[in-house]
Write a new protein. Structure first.
Length: 218
């Protein structure tokens, strides 16, 4: 379990580097693209170590797993993730979208971080469903990464002069901007294709879960 804790800590640290002054130091020393390449290699290596440590960690139950939770929650998680890749001003390199007349469209009207919230739902569902220590550490790491990631992403974007206008009509927490009357759902912007893709991916993973991961999804 110590190895899993160390691997999870390293995985989290690698993803928080871009939000620290260390990034600027590394970019100055290596250059932008060499830094990105090195960062990707280190992040993937940390993830591989984390997965290996999880697979080899002992099973130590903490509570009776709520096995039905993923079935109820995961479809929404995959829909959020699938829709979040379309016209998302919070993604890296998408600052130009903030200049548009209506930067908050589609799923962004519900939350400006649909991918991160999808990841949080995915991770949280697995923590509740598994009910053991190693899953709490492994999936909890992803839950922490996504949750803090939304805050750090907002912090980095605040320097953009168009951010304040975008933030005024969106919210980090889902449905808050809608409840406060700062935005409204426009279903035609979301459409049916991307939600259908998300649901199809969920159905495929659900059907092949035992074969892929050696564990039943329910």
């Amino acid at each position: 379990m110590t190895t899993l804790l160390a691997a999870t800590a390293l995985f989290l640290l690698t993803h928080f580097v871009p939000s620290t002054p260390l990034r600027a130091v590394l970019v100055k020393a290596l250059g932008e693209w060499p830094y990105r390449g090195l960062y990707s290699v280190v992040a993937l290596a940390a993830l591989a170590w984390m997965i290996s440590a999880y697979a080899n960690a002992p099973h130590e139950p903490l509570w009776n797993g709520l096995r039905f939770v993923p079935v109820a929650v995961m479809p929404f998680a995959f829909v959020l993730i699938a829709c979040g890749y379309w016209r998302n001003p919070t993604m890296v390199g998408a600052d130009k979208l903030l200049k548009s007349d209506d930067p908050a469209r589609g799923m962004i009207r519900i939350t400006r971080h649909p991918i991160m919230w999808g990841l949080m739902l995915w991770a949280g569902a697995h923590v509740l469903a598994r009910g053991d220590l190693k899953s709490a550490i492994f999936f909890g790491g992803f839950l922490l990464l996504a949750g803090l990631g939304t805050i750090l992403m907002d912090s980095r974007k605040k320097s953009n002069p168009d951010w304040a206008r975008f933030a005024a009509v969106t919210s980090n927490f889902p449905f808050v901007a809608l409840a406060q009357g700062r935005n409204r759902i426009v279903w035609r912007e979301i459409g049916w294709l991307r939600p259908l893709i998300g649901l199809a991916v969920f159905a495929a993973l659900f059907a092949a879960h035992s074969w892929l991961f050696g564990a039943r999804p329910y």
